[in-house]
Write a protein of this length. Structure first.
Length: 123
């Protein structure tokens, strides 16, 4: 599906979801880096090596949308995909503010995820 050099960062506070996404991406030949928070990702210093970012919208501390804004304020933002289990008005507004970033509602299937990643990376 991907080349070994394609690096995807997953920022997800739910350890089970984070682990599952990392394993799925590695099984599809992506280099998957996983982080439990936006702050952990920012502190990692790995921003420049990321080809695509998958972030939960509703993270404790800095949200996925706030992460994208912080990245944009300090340089180029990698192609991004927001994920969420919520569809309440506040979450939908956060998604709207992050436009044109793609988003997926949990739970989602493997193929749906891979298609969203390719769409995000191709613009």
């Amino acid at each position: 599906m991907a080349t070994e050099t394609t690096t995807i960062a997953v920022v997800e506070d739910d350890a089970g979801v984070r682990t599952a996404l990392g394993q799925l991406l590695r099984a599809a030949d992506f280099n998957a880096l996983t982080f439990g928070s936006a702050e952990e990702f920012l502190a990692s210093g790995l921003r420049a090596s990321v080809d695509c970012l998958i972030a939960d919208i509703n993270l404790p501390g800095m949200s996925g949308v706030a992460l994208l804004k912080a990245l944009a304020a300090s340089g180029p933002v990698p192609p991004a995909l927001l994920i969420t289990a919520r569809d309440d008005a506040a979450t939908l507004e956060m998604i709207r503010q992050a436009a044109p970033v793609r988003h997926l509602r949990k739970p989602f299937g493997d193929e749906e995820l891979f298609q969203a990643i390719e769409h995000a990376r191709l613009g």
